[in-house]
Design a protein around this ligand. Structure first.
Ligand SMILES: Nc1ncnc2c1ncn2[C@@H]1O[C@H](COP(=O)(O)OP(=O)(O)OP(=O)(O)O)[C@@H](O)[C@H]1O
Ligand SMILES: O=P(O)(O)OC[C@H]1O[C@H](OP(=O)(O)OP(=O)(O)O)[C@H](O)[C@@H]1O
Length: 214
C-alpha cells in the first residue's frame, strides 16, 4: 500500500474546482467530500487524508509539515511567503490583484492610505513604485474603504469586476495574475517523492487537457 498523503484543501471558492481536478485525475473522492462540515476527511481507497482549511492558512499547514500537499491561490503564496515548493499551476480560480479607487482621484501625496487584505503584497508593490504608503489591513468588504473615506486606494482581488463597478470604483493598476497552485512541504517531497510525483503527473495531465479545451 502507498504511504498516506495529507492534503490541505482550501474551503470556499477554490474547493469545488480543486475537487473536480482531483476527480478528473482519477482519484475517487466520496460524495461526503463536497458537503460535509467535517474538517478532516479520510479517503481510505486512495490513502489520502484531507484537511479543510481557510484558504489563507493552507501554506501554514504545508510549511509545518502537518500537510504534505496543499492547494493555495498565488495571492496567498505571495502574501504568506511560506517555505514550501510550488509544484504545479492548476490554472483554476483565475483572478488578479489590482489597485482600485474612486474614479478621477489622485493618491494623497503626503500620506496615501491603502486598504487591503494583502498587506505584504501591497507594501511590496508600492515600495517598488517608490511610493510611501500607509497600509490599512481589512479582512473583507475592502471596496468600502475608499467609498467611506478610509483610504485613497485598495489592493484587492478582481475577478469579474462586478464588485468594483457596483461600488463605483475603477481599476488603476493590475498587479499580478492569480491562479491556484499545488504546493508541497520540502521534506515530504523528498520522503514521499514517488507517491507525490505520481499524483503530480496525473493532475498535470488534467490541467493540460483543460487548457486545450479552453
Ligand atoms: N473573486 C474572487 N475573490 C476572491 N478570491 C478569489 C476570487 N476568484 C478567485 N479567488 C481565489 O480564491 C481564494 C479565496 O477563496 P475564498 O473567497 O473562498 O476565501 P477567503 O477570501 O478566505 O474567504 P472568506 O474570508 O470570505 O472566508 C483566493 O485566494 C483567490 O486565489
Ligand atoms: O471582481 P468580482 O467578481 O466582483 O470579485 C471580486 C470580489 O470578490 C472578493 O470578495 P469576496 O466575495 O470574497 O468578499 P469579501 O469582501 O468578504 O472578501 C474580492 O475581495 C472582491 O471584493
Amino acid at each position: 500500500m502507498n504511504e498516506m498523503l495529507t492534503i490541505a484543501m482550501p474551503k470556499g471558492r477554490i474547493f469545488e474546482e480543486a475537487a473536480d481536478l482531483l476527480r478528473d485525475a482519477g482519484f475517487r473522492l466520496p460524495a461526503e467530500f463536497d458537503d460535509s462540515r467535517k474538517l478532516i476527511i479520510d479517503v481510505e481507497e486512495e490513502n489520502f487524508r484531507f484537511i479543510l482549511a481557510k484558504p489563507m492558512d493552507v501554506p501554514t499547514y504545508v510549511e509545518h509539515g502537518v500537510a504534505d500537499l496543499g492547494i493555495a491561490g498565488k495571492d496567498v503564496m505571495l502574501e504568506e511567503e511560506r517555505d514550501v515548493y510550488e509544484l504545479l499551476d492548476l490554472h483554476i480560480s483565475a483572478c488578479y490583484l489590482a489597485v482600485a479607487g474612486l474614479p478621477h482621484t489622485e493618491l494623497n501625496e503626503i500620506a496615501p492610505r491603502i486598504a487591503t487584505k494583502y498587506p505584504n503584497v501591497a507594501a511590496a508593490y508600492f515600495r517598488e513604485q517608490g511610493s510611501q504608503v500607509e497600509i490599512i489591513k481589512l479582512n473583507g468588504s475592502i471596496e468600502l474603504a475608499p467609498i467611506i473615506g478610509l483610504t485613497d486606494r485598495i489592493v484587492d482581488i478582481v475577478s469579474t469586476g462586478k464588485t468594483l463597478v457596483e461600488n463605483g470604483l475603477v481599476e488603476y493598476e493590475r498587479i499580478v495574475d492569480i491562479t491556484s497552485r499545488l504546493i508541497v512541504n520540502p521534506a515530504s517531497y523528498r520522503l514521499k517523492d514517488k507517491r507525490i510525483s505520481e499524483l503530480v503527473e496525473r493532475v498535470q495531465q488534467v490541467v493540460k487537457a483543460n487548457l486545450t479545451v479552453k
